[in-house]
Design a protein around this ligand. Structure first.
Ligand code: IPM
Ligand code: MG
Length: 353
């Protein structure tokens, strides 16, 4: 039976990059049925809500979700805030689908080492940020966030079970790699971080094959720039992971290259996930055939590997991307002149599958 994938192209460059990802997925021959739905600002424009019920229902009935990007200046000032694409669509989508584990690999592709802001060998990083995605300060806010215009409140809270399940994901990822985990927190200041650290410590003895260490988040931000090769798997909470994954991704040379998976509990025995490029909707270049589709294409490869256990097809895609880059093909984010467009890059990857 064909797998069912919900495709949510979203706003800005989302539709352009997901189009290429879907073309590449089709070309692998893995039997997949695609169904599209609205999400983000475009959904608000057409239905009055950034996450229509029909979209949520489709995602709940699918085996996996492929998302482009949401948001743009047009919707940044919508009131109430709950109608804005990020708060009204992305966060509820994560929460409703139970996607608590965000896996963001940051690996320098050899042909692009020179694009990294780091010099020499330090640019050759290969790490994964495992970010808790449905808890912490993103979700702990009380209903009343503002008082009389002079005070605002956001609350960070974590349950032990939330720390345990994300740590399990990080440990499992580490076991497929170099077996090193750095758990990042701010335990010198925050109570949630102390709970986080105690929980990770309690779990450590059950994983003797792993080397598990702790690091404070400010130090981690510094160490990433000093020498990111020291990291294998970074395990961290929601907001720290948001920040550190952007930092790590830029060290590889371009935000336009990196995929991500947001994983929840298995469905029918298969890991369920939402797959999306880590870049945003880039409204400034939307609709101009200038976006880099590689992050979306690699997100599709992650989907094949994680949800559908099609690691061979996933590797074919990854190799095709590397070959296109090794052959000197570049979108505008990576080359000023002599760049090719979104569709041409998709075509180039297809040709090398
Ligand atoms: C990300 C984004 C989102 C986040 C925003 C758009 C809500 O930055 O996926 O990293 O902070 O989680
Ligand atoms: Mg972010």
């Amino acid at each position: 039976m064909a797998h069912k994938v919900a495709v949510l192209p979203g706003d800005g460059i989302g539709p352009e990059v997901t189009r290429e990802a879907v073309r590449v997925l089709k070309a692998t021959g893995v039997p997949i049925e695609f169904e599209e739905a609205l999400v983000g600002g475009c959904a608000y424009d057409q239905t009055g809500h950034p996450l229509p019920q029909a979209t949520l229902d489709l995602c709940k009935s699918a085996d996996a979700v492929l998302l482009g990007a949401v948001g743009g200046p047009k919707w940044d000032r919508l009131e109430p805030v709950a109608l804005r694409p990020e708060v009204g669509a992305l966060l509820p989508l994560r929460r409703e689908l139970g996607l608590y584990a965000n896996v963001r690999p940051a690996k320098t592709l050899a042909p692009l080492a020179k694009a990294s802001p780091l010099k020499g060998k330090r640019a050759l990083l290969d790490l994964v940020v495992v970010r808790e995605l449905t808890g912490g300060i993103y979700f702990g806010s009380p209903r009343e966030r503002r008082a009389n215009g002079t005070l605002a409140v956001d609350t960070c809270l974590y349950h032990v079970y939330e720390v345990e399940r994300i740590a399990e994901v990080a440990f499992a990822v580490a076991k497929t790699r170099r077996c090193e985990v750095v758990s990042v927190d701010k335990a010198n200041v925050l109570e949630t971080s102390r709970l986080w650290r105690e929980t990770v410590d309690r779990m450590t003895p059950a994983h003797p094959e792993l080397r598990i260490a702790h690091m404070l988040v400010d130090n981690c931000a510094m160490q990433l720039v000093r020498d990111p090769r020291q990291f294998d798997v970074i395990l961290t909470e929601n907001m720290f992971g948001d920040i550190l994954s952007d930092e790590a991704s830029m060290l590889t040379g371009s935000l336009g290259l990196l995929p991500s998976a947001s994983l929840g509990e298995p469905r029918q025995g298969r890991p369920f996930g939402l797959y999306e490029p880590i870049h945003g909707s880039a409204p400034d270049i939307a609709g101009q055939d200038r976006a880099n589709p590689i992050a979306a294409v690699l997100s599709a490869a992650m989907m094949l590997r994680h949800t559908f256990a099609e690691s061979e097809a996933a590797e074919r895609i990854e190799r095709a991307v590397e070959r296109a880059l090794a052959d000197g093909l570049r979108t505008a984010d990576l080359a000023g002149r002599d760049s090719i467009g979104t569709a041409a890059m998709g075509e180039a990857i297809l040709a090398r599958l």
